[in-house]
Design a protein around this ligand. Structure first.
Ligand code: SF4
Length: 221
């Protein structure tokens, strides 16, 4: 890829990491525009469609914008970052320049060829998303212990689906952290907490804390 290659970027912003094991830490978010999936409960609908003209940035423009925040923790999210041709070069650049890099990916794109200095949060789509047929379970072969697998849970069917996947693939032996996140404002956290406790499974209940700190619909946080 050349320096002139342009990436579709929805937004770049500095905020508090709201999810996963790095929750609460200041982080620069690079949100890619465009996703091949259409989860029923998607909370970033503005980042789904590619709009070529307004959102093109080259590697230099993106990295300069990120460096402005003087924070060495960057999350690539979306939309779907791995959907984008050329994203490997950007990931390599951040790793080469001593950034802590986390890639949040929808679980459909392969992570096999991505720089393993980066960490992954790989979604596994449950039936409530209507996207579960797109799950790429081959990705489990490429995960490191400190990567994370995330299930967004809409209802009991989703919970049971997630438990089955964890047991079938022995996910607790693959990663240290399996995240269960209730669909915001639909599944009550207390309900999910009780299901987890009753099932006695080793997962981490997570709430999207940015939606509690700021208004749940606020962008750029
Ligand atoms: S994969 Fe992520 S960005 Fe794409 S539709 Fe689903 S929730 Fe939205």
């Amino acid at each position: 890829m050349t320096k002139t290659f342009k990436y579709n970027i929805s937004e770049i912003f500095y905020s508090i990491q709201g999810e996963g094991t790095r929750v609460g830490r200041p982080c620069v978010f690079v949100r890619f525009q465009g996703c091949e999936l259409r989860c029923d409960w998607c909370d970033t609908p503005y980042a789904l469609e590619i709009k070529q003209k307004e959102q093109l940035m080259n590697l230099e423009e993106i990295t300069q914008e990120v460096e402005k925040y003087e924070c060495k923790f960057v999350m690539l999210t979306g939309g779907e970052p791995l959907y984008h041709k050329g994203v490997k070069d950007l990931i390599n650049w951040f790793c080469d320049n001593n950034f802590e890099v986390v890639i949040e990916t929808n679980g459909h794109q392969s992570i096999a060829e991505i720089d393993k200095r980066a960490n992954f949060v790989v979604d596994i789509k449950c039936p409530g998303s209507k996207m579960e047929k797109f799950n790429n379970y081959e990705n489990f072969k490429h995960l490191k212990k400190n990567d994370e697998v995330k299930f967004v849970i809409l209802n009991r069917e989703d919970f049971d689906f997630a438990i089955n996947i964890i047991r079938k693939y022995e996910l607790n032996n693959i990663v240290d952290n399996i995240l269960f996140s209730p669909v915001f404002a639909v599944l009550e956290p207390v309900t999910l907490a009780e299901w987890i406790l009753k099932e006695k499974i080793n997962v981490r209940l997570q709430l999207q804390i940015h939606k509690f700190i700021w208004h749940p619909g606020k962008r750029g946080v």
